[in-house]
Design a protein around this ligand. Structure first.
Ligand code: NDP
Length: 290
């Protein structure tokens, strides 16, 4: 079992330990601005945990809550203000956005130097070119877990199921940069089980509860389950499951992340890490070791 919660706690502690050093030079802590549009359930919960984690790391948190019917122009105006704010190092606009707002327009409006989600085309392009970039938090969190468990990843066959801009594509780029042989699967892939059974590293980022089962996993493989799916647990209750059927996959895999307690906690820890990096870069300081 790969304990993402424990690894995330270590990363958060390392970020918190680096904050005073930055503050003593910059005369302020790193600052993270989070924009939440509407009070939609999961997004509001994610933003509250980000707010808490920012404060615990000793960083300044600026949460902007906008009504669900906010216009694109008003949201872009807020992003412009945050771009210009000297004490804001990172800007995160919580997705999804309501239909009247084009998410691409919002992401492209964020100053790439403050794009701690790594979604701006400039950062995505730099990642693809193998240049230093702010890297999407969830895939970077997965990579940290993989490197720690497996050491050198070079030459391993990695299969990434899912090709979203947020998880699948940047995950594939990161694994390629580690010299893995990378296969990216998606909804149009033929004979997915044949591919997943050949994977030394299997990353599932699909959004389909327990779709990948033990029979689809290569014995000894390292399985990273990004999926977060809420399913009915009977009696009016619900529970979270991943895209991988944990019990059957754990019986075959060499290592596996649970849901919850695997990739999820890493995402917020990497968000803080990216904010620290953005703060150093904006202040003209060398990148921190974290
Ligand atoms: P998207 O819906 O954007 O992408 C899902 C991907 O899965 C698509 O590329 C889609 O293919 C592919 N897919 C769908 N059905 C199948 C199938 N039957 N076989 C193979 N591939 C399929 O989701 P995200 O990437 O944003 O998120 C994926 C999961 O990860 C979700 O459960 C989400 O909640 C979770 N997540 C967790 C995070 C964390 O912090 N742990 C952070 C972000 C996401 P196609 O492109 O062809 O449509």
């Amino acid at each position: 079992m790969i304990d993402g919660r424990a690894r995330a706690a270590e990363l958060r502690a390392a970020v918190a330990a680096a904050v005073p050093g930055f503050a003593s030079v910059a005369h302020r802590p790193p600052g993270l601005a989070v924009v939440l549009v509407g009070e939609d359930g999961p997004s509001a919960v994610y933003v509250r945990s980000k707010e808490r984690a920012t404060a615990e790391a000793g960083m300044s948190g600026f949460v902007h809550r906008l009504p669900a019917d906010v216009s694109q122009a008003d949201l872009l105006a807020l992003v412009a203000r945050l771009n210009a704010a000297p004490d804001v190092d990172g800007i995160l606009v919580q997705l999804p956005l309501p239909p009247q707002v084009n998410p691409h327009a919002v992401i492209e409006a964020i100053d790439p130097a403050k794009d701690i989600d790594g979604f701006h085309p400039l950062n995505a392009g730099r990642l693809a070119l193998g240049e230093p970039a702010l890297t999407p938090c969830t895939p970077l969190g997965c990579l940290i877990l993989l490197r720690e468990r497996l050491g050198d990843l070079a030459g391993r066959h990695a299969v990434v199921v899912g090709r979203s801009n947020i998880v699948g594509k940047p995950m594939a780029q990161l694994l390629l940069a580690e010299s893995c042989t990378v296969t990216v699967a998606h909804s149009r892939t033929r004979d997915l089980p044949a591919l997943t059974r050949a994977a030394d590293i299997l990353v599932a980022a699909v959004g389909r509860p327990e779709m990948i089962r033990g029979a689809d996993v290569k014995p000894g493989a390292c399985v990273i389950d990004v999926g977060i799916n809420r399913v009915d647990a009977g009696g009016g209750k619900s529970r979270l499951v991943g895209d991988v059927h944990f019990d059957s996959a754990a019986a075959v895999a060499g290592a596996i992340t649970p849901v919850p307690g695997g990739v999820g906690p890493m995402t917020i820890a990497v968000l803080l890490r990216n904010t620290l990096h953005a703060a150093h870069a904006r202040a003209g300081l060398p990148a921190p070791a974290v």
